[in-house]
Design a protein around this ligand. Structure first.
Ligand code: URP
Ligand code: ZN
Ligand code: ZN
Length: 487
């Protein structure tokens, strides 16, 4: 066969196997995986690992926050940064503005990404104003290949439990997926108010202002609502052992539940919020970073499979008046933008402290950074694998490279990285999207707009039995048949 490119001599890893083979690429797809392939441009991957490119399924790009602040990264800088960190696909959020129809939101965000992104992209829709018109319009998102709807249980954009049920039911009926930021708003509000009234407004008080109990209660409530409808649900950025245990227990019951944690909950602690002056503001994100014991337990859940994914939750706000300090250089913590960057650091950190440190097999690394994201977010077969016919989205990792993470390696529009100074082993030295090299040796080599929109389907739930939605069974409801149906 006449290949365009052959990636030769590398050690390949997929979600299930690690083996030596060459990859033959033709027309942007993997055309052959075999020994001794010849033809086309030759990329020498000997001594390196060739993995499916990362899929970043939780990131905020060119997005207004709940408080109306625009992220520092747009689809140009955000996708470049993602690519530099070994990602080939990302799925940022499209956030509904007040009064907007979901299709209008999706149009607005598509215009921000199209012709700009370097890597392939899709969006999750954030639903925050579920008027009757918005609810009626919501299923149109499926027709556009956007089957994932995220809701918040806190912030100004929160929705109530009734609206949450409508989103869960709509997602289920269309074969899609609801996602949730789960923290108990009332509990947070109460704690923040008490701290503020006592004059505790420094960044370090962000941590106690959002206790584990707030996350645990909201995760349990979210799961209860999803199980009531037997609807699929993805719990984003789980940061507590209590939250992880609630997820694990629900899955054991058969719930159609997915979840993730993020590197910040594994690598940072509340001590970082207590750095001198206002440095701690750089580490304000929600849920907050917690303590070393929590991080250890979250690693445990990641290895055991409680979490399907590790996502960056890249939410970039610069440490200046455009971002963290939009409300003043010494703003009280509730007025400091929530979120931190991490889209470029996610994979190197997990490769180093996971694979190189012996905590994660290469297969598990591929699962939590790529293949499971493809399975959950409807990209299976095309992304997250090295199978024949899949897009040739590859990250070539050199395990011999050692680096100290620093801002200039991140390639984003930020003025800090929360992971500055972290020593990592292993680096994605070459990254390819559909057979085109987009990153080589720390430089972005593809033009803006190389990335394509990816229409997606809903999650693969073949292996998830579901909880049965017994209370919604017509025979227990005097014949009333109101439960949402799986398509
Ligand atoms: O603090 C965070 N995580 N900001 C981004 C928005 C969100 O909650 O994911
Ligand atoms: Zn969130
Ligand atoms: Zn987020």
């Amino acid at each position: 066969m006449n290949f365009d490119t052959v990636v030769a001599g590398g050690t390949l890893a997929t979600a299930s196997d690690v083996f030596r083979a060459d990859i033959g690429i033709k027309d942007g797809r993997i055309a052959a995986v075999a020994e001794h392939l010849e033809g086309g441009e030759r990329i020498d991957a000997s001594g390196k690992f060739v993995l499916p490119g990362g899929i970043e399924a939780h990131c905020h790009i060119a997005q207004e926050s709940a408080a109306g602040l625009m992220t520092a990264d747009d689809y140009a800088s955000g996708s470049r940064s993602a690519a530099l960190g070994g990602n080939t696909t990302f799925i940022p959020f499209a956030a509904q503005a007040k009064g907007e129809l979901p299709t209008e939101t999706l149009d607005r965000y598509a215009a921000r990404a199209e012709g700009v992104s370097v890597i392939d992209w899709s969006n999750h829709l954030i639903v925050s104003d579920l008027t009757s018109q918005a609810l009626e319009n919501l299923p149109k998102a499926f027709e556009r290949g956007i089957p994932s709807f995220k809701v918040f249980m806190t912030y100004a954009i929160r929705i109530d439990d009734r609206a949450f049920l409508d989103v869960l039911a709509t997602a289920k009926e269309g074969g899609g997926l609801a996602m949730v930021h789960a923290e108990n708003h009332g509990l947070l509000d109460w704690t923040i108010d008490r701290l503020a009234r006592a004059g505790h407004t420094a960044p370090k008080f962000h941590a106690p202002s959002r206790p584990a109990a707030a996350e645990a209660e909201a995760i349990r409530r979210a799961i209860a609502l999803a199980e009531f409808l037997d609807a699929p649900l993805f719990i984003v950025h789980v940061s507590t052992p209590e939250g992880a245990e609630a997820v694990r227990d629900a899955r054991a019951r058969g719930a159609r539940l997915f979840s993730e944690t993020c590197p910040q909950y594994l690598f940072l602690t509340a001590d970082d919020l207590d750095r001198p002056g206002m440095e701690g503001a750089k580490f304000i994100c929600s849920p907050p970073v917690r303590d070393a014991a929590t991080a250890k337990t979250l690693w445990h859940h990641l290895r055991l499979g409680t979490f399907d994914l590790i996502s960056s939750d890249h939410a970039p706000y610069r440490a200046d008046a455009t971002g963290k300090f939009a409300n003043g250089a010494d703003a009280p913590f509730p007025k400091i933008a929530n979120g931190m960057p991490g889209i470029a650091a996610r994979l190197p950190m997990m490769f180093s402290e996971g694979v190189m440190a012996g905590r994660l097999s290469l297969q598990r690394f591929v699962q939590i950074t790529s293949s499971e994201a493809a399975r959950i977010h409807g990209l299976q077969g095309r992304k997250g694998t090295l199978a024949i016919g899949a897009d040739a989205d590859l990250a070539i990792w050199d395990p011999a490279v050692e680096k100290t993470l620093t801002l200039s390696d991140m390639g984003d529009a930020m003025d800090y990285t929360p992971f500055e100074g972290l020593r990592v082993r292993g680096w994605p030295v070459q990254v390819m999207v559909r057979g085109t090299t987009v990153v080589k040796d720390g430089a972005v080599t593809a033009p803006q707009g190389h990335g394509e929109f990816l229409p997606r389907t809903g999650p693969d739930m073949t292996d998830l039995p579901g909880s049965g939605a017994l209370e919604l069974a017509p025979d227990r409801m005097f014949g009333a048949d109101i439960a949402p149906k799986l398509p």
